[in-house]
Design a protein. Structure first.
Length: 334
């Protein structure tokens, strides 16, 4: 693509950075939202271990959400106004859910036993509300904020399916991070969540080309259909591998990490499929990357800040996961 100069490539770079930030957020905050939605199934002692397993990470995971929305604001201001204007209510609900979860996380340890369960319920409620709001936003975004009865139905389906995906992620995270009875229960939870998650993913994959003509043309024309077929096939194999591993003793031992990693692969493949489907749009069928972008001069200034912020955030993330790797012990607060 010889016509792509540095100035015209800058919006593509920022779109890739924004997409990568949102993908990392969905994966990293997805598993701890899933752990939150599993809280009501655990005993009081198990709840403490579950909270300890995500304690060093959950707040930092949300940094990627802030980064992604920040890039949308400064690099694509026209799209920012359109997207958040359409999603004002679900964004508000998501922030309420995240606030509830953050407050519950900090106050549950300081509360008396009679109140601790209330904070645990709020942790569950906040995680569920944030997950469903994110699913609704994704559904509306993918459909280009279309009008008509089928678009809210599609968004509602994703609002139900995404929490199930998070629950499966959360369960496999607990399989990787815990031992003993809680690990056994986490394997059981993952088995239960697997089928609804896969069914929801299959139904949404079939419905997506139904609600978007652009996506339908991308998916079912040559040669794109041949290249794109690798994504659903690899996704299916990964999900079947997760199911198979959950039926073996291997996940209680040296391969406890593998189901979680395979689910990360599923999310990455889904992101690649979405990126392929909507490019070169920021808002499908409404704004292209170049139409929504700030001026080249502004993007060059923003790029300097991004080159400082992104490595710092990535470095801290890698460092924290390295320091707190391994199995989770007893919950302690300084």
């Amino acid at each position: 693509m010889g016509w792509l100069t540095f100035d015209t490539a800058l919006p593509v770079i920022f779109m890739a950075l924004m997409g990568a930030s949102m993908l990392i957020y969905v994966i990293s905050d997805g598993y701890d939202l899933g752990v939150g939605m599993l809280m009501h199934r655990a005993t009081d002692v198990e709840k403490d271990v579950m909270v300890a397993s995500i304690g060093p990470f959950w707040d930092a995971n949300e940094t990627w959400l802030v980064l992604g929305i920040g890039i949308l604001l400064v690099a694509f201001p026209k799209a920012h106004g359109l997207v958040l204007g359409e999603l004002y209510l679900p964004v508000t609900l998501m922030l309420i859910g995240l606030t509830l979860r953050g407050a519950a996380f900090d106050f549950r340890v300081k509360a008396k036993d009679t109140h601790k369960r209330t904070w645990d319920r709020l942790f569950f409620a906040g995680s569920t509300l944030a997950s469903m709001a994110q699913g609704w936003m994704l559904g509306r975004y993918v459909s280009g904020f279309g009008t008509g009865w089928n678009y809210p139905l599609f968004a509602g389906a994703i609002a139900l399916a995404l929490p199930m995906a998070y629950v499966l992620m959360g369960a496999t995270w607990l399989v990787m991070k815990t031992e003993g009875p809680l690990q056994e229960r986490a394997v059981h939870w993952a088995r239960i969540a697997w089928a609804p998650m896969v069914c929801g993913l299959a139904l949404i994959s079939m419905a997506t080309p139904w609600v978007s003509t652009t996506v339908r043309e991308r998916w079912f024309t040559l040669p794109g259909i041949i290249a794109l077929s690798a994504i659903p096939l690899t996704t299916l194999l990964s999900l079947l591998a997760v199911r198979g591993l959950l039926r073996t003793r291997l996940v209680r031992g040296p391969l406890c990490w593998l189901p979680f990693v395979l689910l990360i692969l599923v999310f990455v493949l889904g992101f690649l499929g979405l990126a392929y489907s909507i490019y070169p749009f920021v808002v499908i069928d409404q704004l292209t990357i170049w139409q929504a972008a700030s001026s080249p001069a502004a993007l060059k200034v923003i790029l300097v800040g991004v080159c400082i912020a992104v490595p710092a955030i990535a470095g801290y993330t890698v460092f924290s996961y390295r320091v707190f790797r391994g199995k989770t012990g007893e919950l302690r607060y300084a």
